[in-house]
Design a protein around this ligand. Sequence first.
Ligand SMILES: [Zn+2]
Length: 331
Amino acid sequence: MACSASACQSNCYKTQQEEEAVKANNNTNSFAANISSSNNNSNSGLCLKCKANQPISSNSDGGDDARFCIDCFRGNLFGKFRFAVTSNAMIAPTDNVLVAFSGGPSSRVALQFVHEMHSKAQKNFDACRDRSLPVFGVGVAFVDESSVYSAPSNETDKVIGDVRLIVENLAPPSKELYIVPIESVYSSDSGDGRERLKKLLDAVGDATGREDLLLHLRMLALQKVASQNGYNRLLLGSCVSRIACHVISATVKGQGYSLPADVQYVDARWEIPVVLPLRDCLAKELTMLCRLDGLKTVELIRSPCTGINGLVSSFVTLLQVQSGPSFSYHL
Ligand SMILES: [Zn+2]
């Protein structure tokens, strides 16, 4: 929902109600305060939205962190998320949403924003006398890929423990967490599934093919757990930077035919439709929000991308450094 004030040139998504909420939620941590106080923006110097506080950063790359103060930055990111959700009818009150949580900053922000939306809907439900409007359900799924990377069991246990802690520490109502071994796409017997998965991956000779196959298997595992537990929406934290990489790599691989469908807000080609509410947010902004709000993320047990995916990823990162983050939007 764009700001209705005629004088506002910030292209923001925040509503009056959110502004009040942000003012009330004046819990800025010391890290954020230090950034704000030490930052002397050399241009106009003030946040484009509230015109009262200093922007978070003095970068001239056009990112939201250089245009907004901490509160407006947070409110604007949440506004982008909420606008994507409401304008594309991603979540209805009767829906059951499964958030795919990888542990990285993008899915951490997606989980946080869904949680905030859910808490607000629950409060409205509790306050409503006739309780006519149902509240959508939220679950969280983490795909355990340790069998693919042969990670030591203590490292895997630590990652899974951290994921549990993050989900448990979200304020009530509590959310169901599913730890999904990737080999579960084959069978509920993990030993047998592990063998078959290994045989399948070993049969693929090139690095790019293996990564793409693994990505597909990850999605199948998420679809399976969503379907078995009564979820009717699968929510991913894919951001515009990730989508920019996909646009280039899919084009290079000759997958242009399915590309438009891959990058839409709601992908209904799957049995459980996949929704991307952070499609308009930059990876850099999501990482910054995790830092500002102290949102804990998890170090992933994954090999770095190689082959075409690795090349495209470093190419897009280089272009963003040289041309500014808004480059991803142009893609
Ligand atoms: Zn501001």
